[in-house]
Design a binder for this molecule. Structure first.
Ligand code: C5P
Length: 284
């Protein structure tokens, strides 16, 4: 075991700014074309030599410490040569379209590799944890294609803030894909623009889509209420669902506007999870 005593890795929320479903593979998985960004709110994974797995934080009660937990599945990819103790601090709602489980799995892979010096598992093994795990491991804004395995980093995104809102409901991803009517949507343009301002980004996003939004609303109409609540706040440039839902994002020019919008929504909806957070810089 190398000399590191403890490694902590941030697992930021993954936001699908767009999500076009462009086809379906013979095994049922859908082909996507998605612009993915990350937000400055997320879980934390802490690993150190030892044994055990514990979950702490706001959403810890929603998760079970069973073998199918993505953190444990990620750990198991390293085999049992090294013993590691893992602590997961949950701040993101579970199964909510912002990659919580995938972000945790990616952070676990990174943390164990840094702690032990063991190389990351193969791309195929990483993808087997979940279609969003590779992009979460990349940890920077990317255009994501295939089922999630083809990643092209995108130029730095303009400075902007999200308000993330989840109505306290989880929507099962397979059910949303099943409810999709058109599986052959038009992809994004071959060349993505280089957005120089948040207004430019928002205008461009308005011409793109999340194809899973409509089927998700069919299953969970509260998503429409969330989108409307975001759209009605001052300064919201665009609102859209992320992933297969139910979390939606509003895009804002700065922290002040995002914080104000978040507070306004929270007044009427104390039961919703509402998180203002900056877009994390695209280029590393
Ligand atoms: O890979 P992940 O565990 O995130 O996917 C959950 C489920 O969502 C899959 O079992 C599949 O039914 C559906 N899915 C899909 N196409 C994708 C990603 C997920 O059909 N690209």
């Amino acid at each position: 075991m190398p000399s590191l005593a403890k490694v902590e890795v941030f697992a930021p929320a993954k936001i699908n700014l767009t999500l076009h479903v462009t086809g379906q593979r013979a095994d049922g998985y859908h082909l996507l074309d998605s612009l993915v960004a990350f937000a400055g709110v997320g879980d934390r994974v802490i690993v150190e030599p030892g044994e055990g797995f514990s979950i702490l934080g706001s959403f810890s009660n929603d998760l079970s410490v069973t073998d199918d937990n993505l953190v444990l599945r990620a750990r198991n990819l390293f085999g049992d040569r090294e013993r590691v103790k893992i602590e997961l601090h949950k701040s993101l709602p579970i199964a909510s379209g912002i990659g919580g489980g995938s972000a945790d799995a990616a952070a676990t892979l990174r943390a164990i590799s840094d702690l032990t010096g063991i190389a990351l598992p193969s791309n195929k093994a990483i993808l087997s944890l979940g279609a969003d795990v590779p992009v979460c491991l990349a940890g920077r804004s990317c255009r994501m294609r295939g089922i999630g395995e083809w990643l092209d980093p995108v130029a730095r995104l303009p400075e902007a803030w999200f308000v993330l809102v989840n109505p306290g409901l989880s929507v099962p991803t397979p059910a949303v894909f099943r409810a999709l009517e058109d599986r052959n949507g038009v992809p994004m343009p071959d060349e993505l623009p280089r957005w120089t301002s948040v207004n430019e980004l928002a205008e461009w996003l308005a011409g793109q889509r999340n194809d899973l939004q409509r089927p998700a609303i069919k299953i969970q109409p509260a998503i429409e209420t969330v989108l409307q609540a975001l759209q009605e706040t001052d300064g919201c440039l665009i609102s859209r669902m992320s992933g297969s839902g139910a979390t939606c994002f509003g895009l804002f020019a700065d922290a002040a506007q995002a914080n104000r919008a978040a507070a306004d929504i929270a007044k009427g909806r104390p039961d919703w999870w509402i998180a203002p957070a900056p877009i994390l810089s695209g280029a590393s």
